[in-house]
Write a protein that binds this ligand. Sequence first.
Ligand code: ZN
Length: 139
Amino acid sequence: MKSFRKELWFDVPSRRAFINITGEVEDALRASGIREGLCLVNAMHITASVFINDDESGLHRDYERWLEQLAPHEPTEQYLHNRTGEDNGDAHLKRQVMGREVVVAVTDGKLDFGTWERIFYGEFDGRRRKRVLVKIIGA
Ligand code: ZN
């Protein structure tokens, strides 16, 4: 069995953003040489997500609005977590809803997606360097 590990780094200039990282994961898969196996992609921060859905800008604005309704950033005093001196209580909750990781099957050297599936990095507390782990195992 082969194993391949790579970190993807992001420095999002805004507090929140969704970034299509499918191409970078496909690059990692090519570099791994693995033809059959599993590909794990996970955020390595508790205020960011990795998820799979449609690459459609309206949907991404819907996510932004929906997440702000569920866990508005302001007023920051509403979150007990922010008593630590942080202001990212909402970002922890948004990350929980959107998930930590995805696993995609690798078949014949390709990510074995459903028709419209793409992989996204969801940033909820940006403006600093953060990373995503890609781990691929197989043969
Ligand atoms: Zn925090």
